[in-house]
Design a protein around this ligand. Structure first.
Ligand code: SF4
Ligand code: SF4
Length: 185
């Protein structure tokens, strides 16, 4: 699962040691122009709940459908912010963005990318196209909260997101909103 190719991206991922912190700005950039790979269970859930037309076939892979402007069909506008309307069944590829948590140093700089998680060597990179990344030495808070949550998601140790997604989703206003009523962008 952790070797799953997440999004198609042309910028070289950067080792986690150069990430000072990360906070999602809900800019929606990662939901535009990228192909989201679905595993079989995720594809089945989308098909069962929304219909096969919300997915797109690929060679040996399933994807989420794009709109004509290249954005994900589940991307919604909320007061000018890009919000995912698939929160209750968000694909793992989306949950892990912008981090890539791998079992080998696929993008080089192994010494900077290696991360010891409970005695297990992982290689962690961040996609620099995400504007939510701040560069520098990692803060203790980033390591303990967001990065740990991304690792646990990748390893299948947790499903729910809190520190690995936009804080806006936990605002009282947003929680009151019926997410099904969000207007599609
Ligand atoms: S993860 Fe990054 S690119 Fe995606 S919405 Fe958040 S800040 Fe924007
Ligand atoms: S499923 Fe949600 S998070 Fe993933 S690309 Fe679509 S709108 Fe963005």
């Amino acid at each position: 699962m952790i070797l799953l190719k997440l999004f198609e991206c042309h910028m070289l991922p950067v080792p986690w040691r150069y990430v000072n912190s990360w906070n999602c700005h809900a800019c929606g950039l990662c939901c535009r122009g990228f192909s989201v790979v679905l595993n079989f269970a995720e594809w089945m859930s989308v098909v069962k709940n929304y219909g096969v037309g919300f997915t797109a076939p690929g060679i040996n892979k399933f994807y989420l459908k794009h709109k004509s402007d290249g954005s994900c069909t589940f991307l919604c506008d909320y007061h000018g912010k890009g919000i995912c309307s698939l929160q209750h069944m968000k694909p793992l590829a989306c949950k892990l963005w912008p981090f890539k948590i791998l079992s080998r140093p696929k993008y080089g700089r192994a010494r900077q990318a290696i991360y010891d998680y409970a005695g297990r060597n992982l290689f962690i990179y961040a996609d620099p196209s995400c504007p939510g990344l701040d560069w520098g030495n990692p803060t203790r808070s980033f390591l303990k909260t967001a990065l740990t949550e991304f690792i646990e998601l990748a390893l299948g140790l947790r499903e729910k997101q809190f520190d690995s997604t936009s804080r806006m989703l936990y605002s009282p206003q947003f929680l009151r909103l019926n997410r099904q009523k969000l207007s599609r962008i």
